[in-house]
Write a protein that binds this ligand. Sequence first.
Ligand SMILES: N[C@@H](CCC(=O)N[C@@H](CSC=O)C(=O)NCC(=O)O)C(=O)O
Length: 280
Amino acid sequence: MTLTNISQVKVFGGWHKQYTHSSTSVNSQMRFAIFLPPNATTNNPVPVLYWLSGLTCSDENFMQKAGAFKVAAELGIAIVAADTSPRGDDVADDVSYDLGQGAGFYVNATQAPWATHYQMYDYIVDELPNLIEQHFPVSQVKSISGHSMGGHGALTIGLKNPSRYQSISAFSPISNPMVCPWGQRAFRAYLGNDKDAWKHYDACELLKSAQSTLPILVDQGDGDSFLTEQLKPENLIAAAHLHQSPLEMRMQSGYDHSYFFISSFIEAHLHFHHQHLFKM
Ligand SMILES: N[C@@H](CCC(=O)N[C@@H](CSC=O)C(=O)NCC(=O)O)C(=O)O
């Protein structure tokens, strides 16, 4: 698979680079960004934190706003930021910000017109890590994190694939998409009306049926304007409680839904993942 490098810049002794490539799973051109810490070499492959962003985002929001590079460089962790959907003139879209391009919800769509390209679950779980491990000085050891729609993606992908990841974290995740407007709209479009199909992509439903899970850290601002209607962290806590799943939910006083919040706590998330990425 050919990667095309479209930018590279040195930061905190490491490198931030963007690439485009032709994706077989989503059947379109895709772009991602990678941060490589200074100690990443062929002789010293480093573990990777995969970052999934929220509605309206691309690979750039996290990389430009989260302030993650200094600590990732110190800890020797690579970070890969994916796009949030397939893109392009021939890719189905919607006029609203919460469906279509920029809003792929990290599922494999089964419904027309979305199913042709919206296979973001396969892209994130299989295709992107395979590409990253083939082309960069990284190991197969990985963890996953994300924000809002990307927090939902990190939780569901981590919970469904406990052997592939070491740890999961999320900022302000859409915790129970089956019962909130953002999730219901996306799942109805991408997955159809059968709610049994929705359960495979709902973190609360996955926790309810989980016997054991990876360690999970969630930070949620109590000043978040989406908290009550869309995010529902109390449902995640209740679902984790059923089987004593290892969830640490931290309510953070006064913080909103923005990248100001993410940048305030990203250091703690990197340390949390470091503890699990390097325990082997
Ligand atoms: N445009 C919408 C809200 C869009 C928004 O807030 N997007 C968030 C993620 S929300 C959940 O997935 C985001 O990360 N935006 C990008 C950023 O850089 O802040 C509206 O106006 O309500």
